[in-house]
Ligand binder design. Structure first.
Ligand SMILES: [Zn+2]
Length: 122
């Protein structure tokens, strides 16, 4: 196993904190009163990591987070559990290692790129 699970464990815990905070913000604030915590999340789901902050997608962020934040949280928890089990970074379908580049963008990924695409098109 060539994956640095400790690195991704930290990334997952950070991401988990961000998502929880974003959910709390969504509940407390008016939509549109988006702070940079939320921008970070959009950056991550947009194939870029935290360095990229987009401000033009506020409305989409609201929508995406409202619809997906709970799901992302449970996926993050599942990924943390896979790290404990020693199965982190392994595609749930074909048991191949998920490329680290993908895990950098989606640390909670449970499928390789090929099977994630397949799942999306279902
Ligand atoms: Zn696969």
């Amino acid at each position: 196993m060539s994956i640095d699970t400790e690195h991704f464990r930290v990334a997952l815990l950070e991401e988990r904190g961000r998502v929880e905070k974003a959910i709390a913000n969504l509940r407390d604030d008016h939509p549109g009163a988006i702070d940079d915590e939320v921008e970070v999340i959009t950056g991550a789901s947009d194939n870029h990591l935290a360095e990229t902050a987009t401000t033009t997608l506020d409305r989409e962020i609201d929508f995406t987070l409202g619809a997906n934040s709970g799901q992302v949280l449970s996926e993050i928890d599942a990924a943390l559990k896979r790290i404990e089990d020693g199965t982190y970074g392994i595609c749930a379908k074909c048991s191949k290692e998920i490329v680290p580049e993908r895990l950098e963008v989606y640390p909670w990924a449970s499928l390789c790129i090929e099977h994630a695409r397949e799942a999306e098109h279902r």
